[in-house]
Design a binder for this molecule. Structure first.
Ligand code: ADE
Length: 278
C-alpha cells in the first residue's frame, strides 16, 4: 500500500513512522509512506498556508491552492470519480471532526486499497472546496476536536497498516481483537468448540476479555484460578463471561448490536447478579 500524508507539520510524523509495526511494514515494503509539506506548495515569501474565512468569524482556514497543487504533484492518482465509485482502489481522505467516524470496519475497508492519501486539516478548518472537489471523503477519529488532523492521520495509518496481511507477526491476532470478528465472519474466524482455548479469544463484537501473563502471583494479585488450572471449556466460558462483563460496564451500546446466544444471556444474568464474582 502507498500512503501519502499532506501536512503543514511534516516532522510530526517522525515518531509514528519510525516504530513498531509501521516501521516494519515500511522496511519490508508492505507500506510506502511519504510525507508532503504543504508549505512547499506556497508561492509567497512567508509560505502562507492559511487565511481568514470569508463571511467573518474566528480563526484561520487552510487555503485550497497548496493542497490542490500538492495532490496534483503526486502522480499515479486515478480520477476522483473512479476513486469514489470504487473502480480505482484508492482513496483521498480529509481528516476533519465533521467526517464519518473511523471504526474497525472502515479501517478494514481502507486496508484493501492500493493507495490512500491523508490530508491533515489545521486551524478552524480547510477550505471546503478541498472536500467538495478534491477529496473523496472526510473522516473523523472521534467525537472531539483536535487541533489538527495529524493525530488522526497517524491513527488511521496505524489501524490500517496493521490490517495489511503480513504486517502483524501473527495474523490471527488481528482477527481476534475486539470488534473484529463480525468483519471476518464467514472466513472461518469463529471459534469451534473443538478448537481449544487458543481460538476462544474471538469475542464476537464484544470488548476483549482480560489477558494475564507470568508471574501467576504479582504482589499478592493472583491471576484468575481458572486460567491456571482450568480446562479448555472452563476457560472458554470464563473468557466469554468476562468479555460480556467488560462490555456491559464500558460499552453497553455494543450489546445492542451483537446477536447473543442462549449461553451469552445466561452468562449476562450471572454477571448482573450481585454474586457475579468477576
Ligand atoms: N481534526 C480535528 N479534530 C479531528 C478529529 N476528531 N478527527 C480527525 N481530524 C480532526
Amino acid at each position: 500500500m502507498r500512503v501519502d500524508i499532506l501536512t503543514i507539520f511534516p516532522d510530526f510524523f517522525r515518531g509514528p513512522l519510525d516504530y513498531g509495526i509501521i516501521r516494519r511494514a515500511r522496511e519490508t515494503g508492505l507500506a510506502e509512506v511519504s510525507i508532503h509539506d504543504l508549505r512547499n506548495f506556497t508561492k509567497d515569501k512567508h509560505r502562507t498556508v492559511d487565511d481568514r474565512p470569508f463571511g467573518g468569524g474566528e480563526g484561520m482556514v487552510l487555503k485550497p491552492e497548496p493542497i490542490f497543487e500538492c495532490l496534483e504533484s503526486l502522480g499515479g492518482l486515478a480520477p476522483r470519480a473512479e476513486r469514489i465509485n470504487g473502480s480505482a482502489k484508492q482513496s483521498v481522505i480529509v481528516l476533519s471532526p465533521q467526517g464519518a467516524r473511523l471504526d474497525q470496519a472502515l479501517a478494514a475497508e481502507l486496508s484493501t486499497l492500493e493507495r490512500i492519501v491523508l490530508i491533515c486539516g489545521r486551524y478552524e478548518g480547510v477550505d471546503d472546496r478541498v472536500s467538495e472537489h478534491l477529496a473523496d471523503r472526510e473522516v473523523s477519529i472521534g467525537d472531539y476536536v483536535l487541533s489538527g488532523g495529524e493525530l488522526g492521520a497517524a491513527v488511521i495509518l496505524d489501524t490500517v497498516v496493521r490490517l495489511i496481511p503480513g504486517a502483524v507477526g501473527n495474523e490471527a491476532s488481528t482477527r481476534q481483537e475486539s470488534f473484529t470478528e463480525q468483519l471476518f465472519a464467514g472466513e472461518g474466524a469463529r471459534a469451534t468448540p473443538e478448537s481449544g482455548p487458543s481460538s476462544t479469544c474471538v469475542s464476537g463484537g464484544l470488548l476483549d476479555y482480560p489477558h494475564y501473563t507470568r508471574p501467576a502471583d504479582f504482589r499478592g494479585m493472583a491471576v484468575p484460578e481458572v486460567l491456571v488450572n482450568g480446562n479448555h471449556e472452563d476457560i472458554r466460558r470464563w473468557r466469554r463471561k468476562t468479555a460480556l462483563a467488560k462490555t456491559l460496564r464500558n460499552r453497553p451500546d455494543l450489546l445492542e448490536r451483537v446477536t447473543l446466544t442462549d449461553e451469552d444471556r445466561e452468562l449476562l444474568d450471572e454477571v448482573r447478579s450481585p454474586q457475579a464474582g468477576i
